[in-house]
Design a binder for this molecule. Structure first.
Ligand code: AMP
Length: 132
């Protein structure tokens, strides 16, 4: 059975899309730790990120860098925190989170509750920073 993220890639499940190329997709986390919390995934489904071959892992990280710099321009923050957990969804993904302090990376904190409209606005802001 395809992962929930493969179902997002295929368009079966909607997402707030940030960026996409042939092999990668970035979209907003639906239960964000911070405004702009984004997930970056390879379109090919692999559970554990270290099972991805070196070339594709490098490409995934470079795609995440491009997206992260766009988030940084769109969302006021000290920097973009990067983490990989993968305990919930068995499809490799990188979390990009705008942070101001180490506690902003604490996944056991309560998540933000953002409306569809708020998420759509955030995605718009980030996408506009990635243009050009
Ligand atoms: P983890 O696998 O532990 O890194 O956590 C999976 C992350 O995916 C969590 O932060 C969830 O909020 C997020 N997530 C799960 N389903 C969706 C979805 N349909 N759209 C966006 N984010 C999701």
């Amino acid at each position: 059975m395809p992962s929930i993220f493969s179902r997002i890639v295929s368009g079966e499940i909607p997402c707030h899309r940030i960026a996409e190329d042939e092999h990668h997709l970035a979209f907003l986390d639906i239960n964000p730790l911070a405004r702009g919390h984004t997930l970056v995934i390879p379109k090919d489904e692999t559970d554990y990120i270290f099972d991805i071959d070196d070339e594709r892992l490098s490409a995934l990280m470079l795609f995440a860098k491009m997206v992260g710099l766009g988030i940084e321009r769109a969302i006021p923050c000290k920097r973009i925190g990067i983490t990989v957990i993968g305990l919930e969804v068995p499809h490799a993904h990188i979390h990009l989170i705008p942070i101001n302090s180490i506690s902003d990376m604490e996944f056991s904190r309560p998540k933000l509750t953002l409306s569809h409209e708020e998420l759509a606005n955030i995605a718009d802001q980030i996408r506009s920073e990635l243009k050009g």
